[in-house]
Design a protein around this ligand. Sequence first.
Ligand code: UDX
Length: 447
Amino acid sequence: MALKLTVIGTGYLGATHAAAMAELGFEVLGLDVVPEKVAMLSAGKVPMYEPGLEELLARHVAGIEGSSGRLRFTTSWEEVAEFGDVHFVCVNTPQKHGEYACDMSYVDSAFDLLAPHLTRPTLVVGKSTVPVGSAARLAARLAGLAPAGEQAELAWNPEFLREGFAVQDTLHPDRLVVGVASERAEKLLREVYATPVAEGTPFVVADYPTAELVKAAANAFLATKISFINAMAEVSEAAGGDVAKLAEAIGHDERIGHKFLRAGIGFGGGCLPKDIRAFMARAGELGADQALTFLREVDSINMRRRGHMVELAREACGPAGFLGRRIGVLGAAFKPDSDDVRDSPALNVAGQIHLQGGQVTVYDPKAMDNARKLFPTLGYAPTALDAVRGAEVVLHLTEWREFRELDPAELGEVTARRHVIDGRNALDAELWRKAGWTYRAMGRPNA
Ligand code: UDX
């Protein structure tokens, strides 16, 4: 009999995981505690922008014409417990208010609500990003609360999907990592992931703490790589060098590689910033805080980028600074192909300039609604052209393809001055300069 799967929590991670598991051929039941989300997903609609996800859902959600019918959603814990052989916990773990540590309340509550209904042998698989040590604690809690006792077993299977590529990353992951306490758990997870494993995806079996640490370490490494190149941008700027050239040159060394070496206004989003902070906090609790003090520097280099961008924009506005000046902002999402504005460097810069008296108008291809909710006092325009109308300076803060394809000559017709600052080192400098623009980027010489 084919395994039946459930997915608890239907955010970026859970909604994608549920649809992807249905695509792999499993019967899947997704649970969320928010009835509106369940209603939306049941109608084949996704509550956020993620390329390809809505199509994937529509292919499988029961009741949609032509779908496989393998995917349903519910708010009932009883139904989930009754249905599933394997339960994936995909709820979010935000940063605690006023602290670096991770807020485990959603994970804890998912276990507390599910466990009492688990009456037969089952595997609960945690996918949320959690502080190391959580899996061991939750395994004991699960066995204690479930009527099935020790037969309600836990595994930890961290998720590495990137927003904007969530579907692709889930269907064709570059590696699968499972933290297990028994052969039975490993066997079940090999069954779940048989398709990607057959395609050649490495399947790494580890203990609980190692599996949890893999996720924290991977994100810490990526954040460090970005802050490294941003530190080089600071030095390049001081020395009159060009960080983009530098990144290209060091990237040819295979041990370094080209990826994640784009200097600019730094990393943001719902993962990297909070994950490195939670990692530091946890290391502190374990008495290993010294091992991760470098992450404080990584964080601080990253946050400095936002301030530096604000200073470059201020300089561009002349001696009177931002007061009474129009600033056109291209981009609000924390990265392209996403509508996510959580800890977005773009929106942070726009907000700072606004708070310092600048008249900021923002345009983003997908993140307008989320940006408006978070920062209702900023100006918003329906197109890039409208956002830069009358602007003293244009800031390019999220590297959407749409912005690279803009015609600088056309934009220059409506701005007050032709001055652009590229916060993502992604525009074609020559093209803009040819059209009469002063083009500035971070960590690169002014031509
Ligand atoms: C990240 C990890 O990549 C993923 O494996 C993990 O599961 C979740 O966190 P995500 O938050 O979707 O994924 O974004 P990512 O593509 O890693 O980008 C993070 C931030 O870094 C973005 O703000 C991006 O603009 C910035 N970035 C990325 C740079 O500033 N320079 C780069 O070279 C690359």
